[in-house]
Write a protein that binds this ligand. Structure first.
Ligand SMILES: N[C@@H](CCC(=O)N[C@@H](CS)C(=O)NCC(=O)O)C(=O)O
Length: 211
């Protein structure tokens, strides 16, 4: 049966899963959730995703939500090399370590930056909070300077091969980059890593795909 992803094509969380799907040969369809009419808060939707957020994956009646959890599920199901097997104890630990730095030190900054710079303007929620933007940019730059140390020793965040942990950076990162084009170019190893991620076929296909 065709996998169904309930989500919104423009949402970064949905894109995290669409990117993982693009790495597979799976047949899937995106079932658009109508944000404007608050479908994600409807009783029917909350039965699938009790927190009222996108995305949710429906794999023949098996429901899983949280974009990173869905991505891991797909990586296992389709045996993607983007996630080491649990039997590779050390490789798996380094993968989880990389996922954790993305979620702890990168995502909190890029998600707020995208909200302040892009989403507020799109939804008519007023001007960005300049203090918040400056603070988050500075924290993001600090994180990327640490990434540069890691990426100076290995090609990707969990080792010399790309993993989901790297790909998880793309959806928010490209939006921040639109407003701050030099954000990923200040450090040589980060620059090389970011260029490689954006050139990945799954990402270029996703970006070019009509919504
Ligand atoms: N940690 C969740 C976050 C989900 C999330 O915040 N989704 C956003 C779109 S990126 C959403 O549904 N926003 C609508 C709302 O909060 O009402 C994930 O990664 O799936």
């Amino acid at each position: 049966m065709v996998l169904k992803l309930y989500g919104v094509a423009q949402s970064t969380c949905t894109q995290r899963v669409l990117l993982t799907l693009a790495e597979t040969k799976a047949e899937w369809e995106l079932v658009s959730v109508d944000f404007a009419n608050r479908e994600h808060k409807s009783e029917t939707y909350l039965e699938k995703q009790p927190v009222g957020k996108v995305p949710v994956l429906d794999d023949n009646g098996f429901l899983v939500y949280e974009s990173r959890a869905i991505a891991r599920y797909l990586a296992r199901k389709f045996e993607l090399e983007l996630m080491p097997p649990v039997t590779d104890l050390k490789g798996y630990a380094l993968f989880e370590q990389a996922c954790s730095i993305e979620q702890s030190y990168y995502d909190p900054n890029v998600s707020i930056l995208v909200y302040e710079i892009i989403i507020k303007a799109r939804r008519g929620l007023g001007p960005p909070d300049d203090g918040q933007v400056a603070s988050r940019l500075s924290q993001l730059e600090d994180t990327l300077s640490k990434y540069d140390v890691i990426l100076g020793k290995q090609a990707f965040l969990a080792g010399d091969s790309p993993t989901l942990a790297d790909l998880f950076h793309l959806p928010f990162g490209v939006q921040v980059e639109q407003a701050h084009p030099d954000i990923f170019t200040k450090h040589p190893s980060v620059k090389r890593w970011w260029k490689a991620l954006k050139a990945r076929k799954s990402w270029t296909e996703l970006v070019e795909r009509p919504v």
